[in-house]
Design a binder for this molecule. Structure first.
Ligand code: F6P
Length: 376
């Protein structure tokens, strides 16, 4: 057992996710108990780092947190290089570098998703020893098989789909269940398959309202006068999808700061206008099929509460692996889940990337084989 006496900081950033506390515990118990390190936890993500607000994390603080949802440290969606400091947007990387030195830190562990990987890469380039662990219910982080939080959210969304089945059946209705996932369809697709949704709509496959209506009419003709649809929050019909892709291209092509600002605001407007798409689809399907339609937005229920066993296990082993990397002095990486093991992936290969559902993915093939409509 190495006795390095290193002092390490840890924080949780971005949207919370079941398994964050399990990961803090997995890292902390290994770092303290196995490698003899000292651990402090920064409050509320990047905010705590900027304002140097932290708390000691010893054995007692790590005890009893494995099963607790959310994060004992608090979180925020702040960006280190565009930080809102008293109403002024500032680059706080130099401040964080100072705080890190003042605290005598030897490393910093950031638990988060794609945005956190970007923050971490900036800090790494500024000379800090950083590692990230992949957390998100969206399962959209590049270069890792999965992320903790996803399995729990999928369980919750699956149970919701199970439950709306009986009421849809009793009332001969269409029930559209809107599922989180940001711009990726993993959660809706996984829960939709597991819950036996009749139609699954994801951002990666722009849908035709007529095709969805056709699937429902075919079911009615066969004697099933109800349907359950799993709709990803980021799913779009063909026209909306074309508008969105065009706005994204504009934003990418913009060169001057003014053009970038204008293109970003246009993209935000397009996204805003499309936010209520599940309600619009419900109205369209009601008109096209004659069946009453209802919408259930699962929302934050998917993110809250205790992590499932798979997420506790994943978070614990990723946390433990991160502590071993710190002990070996390996930084600038995300600790990825790879099969039954873990792998240190350079942050450059993760930051700014999003893992979408590939068109030829096995889940899509399986959904089609069992007769699930995908709206295309
Ligand atoms: O990234 C996790 C997630 O829950 C997404 O699925 C969702 O789009 C987003 O966060 C919601 O963000 P916020 O917590 O800022 O409302």
């Amino acid at each position: 057992m190495a006795s390095t006496q290193r002092r390490i900081g840890i924080l949780t950033a971005g949207g919370d996710s079941p398994g964050l506390n399990a990961a803090i515990r997995g890292f902390g118990k290994t770092a303290i108990g196995h490698h003899g390190m000292e651990l402090i936890g920064f409050r509320d993500g990047i905010t705590g780092l900027v304002h140097n607000r932290h708390t000691p994390l010893d054995g007692a603080a790590l005890s009893g947190i494995l099963t607790i949802g959310g994060t004992i440290l608090g979180t925020s969606r702040d960006k280190v290089h565009k930080f809102d400091l008293d109403g002024e947007v500032r680059d706080m990387v130099p401040t964080v570098v100072e705080n890190y030195a003042e605290e005598g830190l030897d490393g910093l562990i950031l638990l988060g998703g794609g945005g956190t990987a970007k923050n971490a890469l900036r800090l790494h380039k500024a000379g800090l020893n950083v590692l990230t662990l992949p957390k998100t219910i969206d399962n959209d982080i590049a270069m890792t098989d999965t992320s903790f939080g996803f399995a729990t959210a999928m369980e919750i969304a699956t149970e919701a789909i199970d439950r709306v089945h009986s009421t849809a059946h009793s009332h001969h209705r269409i029930i559209l269940t809107e599922i989180m996932g940001h711009r990726a369809g993993w959660l809706a697709l996984g829960a939709g398959i597991a819950g036996g949704a009749d139609v699954i709509l994801i951002p990666e496959i722009p849908y035709s309202v007529e095709k969805v209506a056709e699937t429902i009419r075919t079911r009615t003709a066969r004697g099933s006068s109800f349907s359950v649809i799993a709709v990803a929050e980021g799913a779009r019909d063909i026209d909306d999808s074309a508008d969105y892709e065009a706005a994204k291209l504009l934003a990418k092509a913009a060169k001057t700061p003014e053009a970038v600002r204008a293109a970003k605001s246009h993209l935000a407007n397009v996204e805003d206008a499309q936010r209520e798409h599940t309600f619009r689809l419900a109205r369209q399907l009601e008109a096209a099929t004659g069946l009453e339609s209802r919408v259930t937005i699962l929302g934050y229920v998917q993110r809250g509460g205790t992590p499932c066993a798979a997420d506790r296990l994943l978070a614990t082993r990723l946390g433990a692996a991160a502590a071993d990397l710190v002990a070996r002095g390996q930084f600038g990486c995300m600790v990825a889940a790879r099969g039954d093991g873990t792998e240190a992936v350079p942050l450059e290969e993760v930051a700014g990337k999003v893992k979408l559902v590939p068109a030829d993915h096995d889940w899509i093939a399986a959904a089609r084989k069992v007769g699930t409509g995908l709206g295309d």
